[in-house]
Design a protein around this ligand. Sequence first.
Ligand SMILES: [Zn+2]
Length: 524
Amino acid sequence: MKKLFGISILLIYTILSASGIAQGQNQDRKMSFTVSMDQPASHYYQVEFRYDGITEEAVELKMPAWTPGYYMVLDLAKNVVGLEVKDGAGKPLPFRKTAKNTWTVQTSGIQSLIATYNVYATRASVADPYLAENRGFISPTGVFFHVGGKLSHPVMVTINPWKEWKQVSTGLDPVKGQANTFSAPDFDRLYDCPILVGNQEILSFEYKGIPHTIAIEKPGTCNREKLAADLKKIVEAGTSIIGEIPYKHYTFLIMEKGGGGLEHLNSMAVFADVSKYGEADRDRGLLGFFAHEYFHLYNIKTIRPVVLGPFDYDRECLTNMLWFSEGGTVYYQDMILNRAGFLSRDQYLEGAAKGIGSHENIMGSRFQSAAQSSWDTWMLFFNRAENSQSVSINYYNKGNTLCMLLDLKIREASQNVNSLDDVMRTLYQDFNKKRNRGFTDAEFREVCEKAAGCSLSEFFDYVYTTNPIDYGKYLAYAGLKIDLTPQEPAISYLNKTMNKRSFLISIAQNPTELQKKVLADWLK
Ligand SMILES: [Zn+2]
């Protein structure tokens, strides 16, 4: 009887688990937003959040403190103005602020909650909401509340554009039959999908049957056909590295000229002037920028350090690994351009020399390691001080160089069988797909050493210390040499001294067969 009873309990639990009830899920629970923008010149969005099927005594409405990919606490709750909360019958519900980004609403005996609020949106950046008569940029972390403890809940969003605007562009999935209405399976997805509202021009192309949309705010005399064809080449070269495309549709949100871009799983939001694309000699720079934000769909969105998704939206997420997640993406933007035929071998090597100089020729390289630069980015990246260049480095620059050295080391040590591409594929398959999580510093090193087939202790010292790097040794793996002649006079800061160098890279004489093969397979 006891045993039978145990089985019955197990059976009931199994049924409840399968239906989701045992895990506290409420089948009637629904969350949806409506965003309106009747007067863009006022810079205020009007937002309504409806939450049905409430079972909690109290509900926390929370606005993220930061936007993933933009490592700075923005305290986006500061833009919320005029919050009102009512039940389904329109009766006001009591609430109070319980943390800097949290409003706690008493919901005892209440099934539905409707929160209305305005969002002040004036900062034109890829990480903040913006609204004016030129466009609406709904940076989701600054517009949509989430309910504390319910980040994994599905959500719907309806956008009511200003009467003068006709286009709504986003990576969110459209809901069939409902205009400007979109769905997300959870709030991590919603927060990863910015929405551009305005009169942007829409171009499109397909790659392997997957639709790609290009939304351009200021197309000017842009050569549309060439831009779409060039972006398609970037998509082809980028996706070929991993061999899988983890999205069903992709959207390029290209706003007017300005600064910055932000990566997302199936979209990018960038400020870029494409109004003369096809005429100007700066096209390659633009393509490098697009390749960078695009390849982030792998490196950082899926291939990621363990703290970078799922995110803690309340506070900073510290990691040593941005030298790889950002610097590695700079490295791969050039690999993509080279493989897609936009960047020659000579142009790459010239850029690589400049890249080395950009961190070796500043005093900061003597004080701060790549890992430390990554860890401290929340304090330092957007808060430059007078001594910044003397005591800190940029992990984009040093990380890019380190990834080049790592790639060369793996190619040489594996007799040109493996490369950094194999590391990327392993990280994608073994962590993102099989374990659905990011990797630790130690796991990353393990994957690299497996690809190389040997210890990489010297290389990882270059990551975690400011030890002088033996560039000549690593570049020689591809039959290259580097000019390390010191330029006079020496420069001093605190207790350190250094000489600037050109770091020019050239092809060495009489390469071995392995050196020839490494170079040929590495750079076209
Ligand atoms: Zn980046």
